[in-house]
Design a protein around this ligand. Structure first.
Ligand code: CP3
Length: 346
């Protein structure tokens, strides 16, 4: 079989058009998902591998994306570590890491027991996915999981202050000692289903100062990535939101394969800084998919013109997507338009 487009792009060898997939491509904007949500809770859709497979494949069948991403959530690992978790519809954690005494409330996780539904869903998806489509597994990156553990979300200002304080009062270090082995096990569990890539989503990466990112966080991220690479050769996608060029400079030597870039940056700059060792994924503004089809069409065209104007060697390692996840307000016809326009590129 010829290599899947996503795999060719990750290797920097894609001579055809860019592959396209979107974070949250299965979600509330999509009538297929809403239909299933009328019958089942979000948790059931994630934890029943037959249903998770059905949700994952909905947007593949309807929009013909080049890759399917496991339908699940980054927060289930916290539940496996003993934190009660509910979705209402946003996540609600049973306790927060408010002080170092809370570290003793986490339990040692048996990841293969608690998160086996992710592996089983990946196996089910693979068996139904057309052979030319790639399959992507995912986890939350350590800083984002720490932010949720402390603050319960990344929108609440008091929580953010507490999260920053926790970097120095022992909460962060203690949490990393608990989380990193569990996260490694989670990734290796998904890897058993042989996805084409595994993404680490670091949506809260931009919530701390650059110096803290560099001196406090980067060593943990680096250790985790090295351990993953020792255990599997599945390519890794690192998506981080609200970080910039100075972060990319220090990230480029880390052992991951694709950098996911948010919509506040130029793709060309990302390629220039990251060099030949990494593919780049991104970065249409998700808001564009909520506009009228006419406005959306114009914005997609100017984004794709930017892509077409990239040097050939950059385009060979480009994966088309959004700068963040699809929003519930996205219009289905715009999602379809985006995929179709990417497919029309040569
Ligand atoms: O990409 C995909 O199609 C896979 C699905 C996916 C979900 N969550 C399903 C979901 C992915 C990749 C995630 C990752 C995730 N989850 C992240 C990182 C990426 C990002 O969006 O920044 C984060 C921070 C979470 C935590 C989380 N889960 C939040 C903050 C929320 C509520 C916020 C919201 O979007 O409403 C969830 C719930 C959630 N995860 C839903 C879905 C489809 C909505 C559940 C529903 O009510 O139906």
């Amino acid at each position: 079989m010829a290599s899947r487009l996503l795999t060719s792009a990750i290797k920097g060898e894609n001579m055809i058009r860019p592959p396209i997939w979107l974070m949250r491509q299965a979600g509330r904007y999509h009538s297929h998902y809403q239909g299933l949500r009328k019958k089942y809770s979000f948790e059931t859709l994630c934890k029943d591998p037959r249903l998770a497979c059905e949700v994952t494949l909905g947007p593949i069948h309807e929009f013909d994306f080049d890759a399917a991403i496991l339908f699940s959530d980054i927060l289930f690992i916290l539940e496996a570590l003993g934190v009660p978790l509910a979705f209402d519809p946003g996540p609600k954690l049973g306790f927060h890491l408010k002080g170092i005494e809370d570290l003793s409330r986490f339990s040692e996780a048996q990841i293969s027991k608690h998160l086996n539904f992710q592996k089983q869903a990946l196996l089910n998806i693979r068996s139904e996915l057309p052979v030319e489509k790639a399959l992507i597994g995912f986890v939350g990156a350590p800083l984002t999981l720490y932010t949720f553990a402390v603050a319960g979300s990344h929108k609440n200002a008091d929580g953010l202050i507490s999260m920053q304080g926790g970097l120095r009062d022992g909460r962060y270090d203690g949490f990393m000692r608990i989380l990193l082995p569990a996260l490694l096990d989670n990734i290796l569990l998904q890897a058993q289903a042989k996805p084409d890539a595994i993404a680490l989503f670091d949506s809260c990466a931009g919530d701390i100062d650059f110096d803290d990112y560099k001196n406090i966080y980067l060593p943990h991220l680096h250790t985790l990535l090295k351990r993953i690479k020792r255990g599997t050769n599945i390519p890794l996608i690192y998506y981080a939101k609200a970080i910039g060029q100075e972060h990319w400079e220090i990230l480029k030597s880390l052992p991951f394969d694709v950098l996911g870039v948010d919509h506040h940056h130029s793709l060309k700059t990302a390629f220039e800084i990251m060099g030949e060792a990494k593919a780049i994924q991104g970065n249409l503004d998700p808001h564009v998919l909520t506009l009228s089809p006419e406005e959306c069409s114009e914005k997609i065209d100017s984004f794709l013109l930017e892509v077409q104007n990239l040097p050939h060697t950059f385009r060979q390692r480009f994966i088309c997507g959004l700068g963040h996840g699809v929003t519930p307000q996205a219009r289905e016809e715009n999602v379809k338009m985006f995929v179709d326009k990417v497919k029309a590129l040569s």
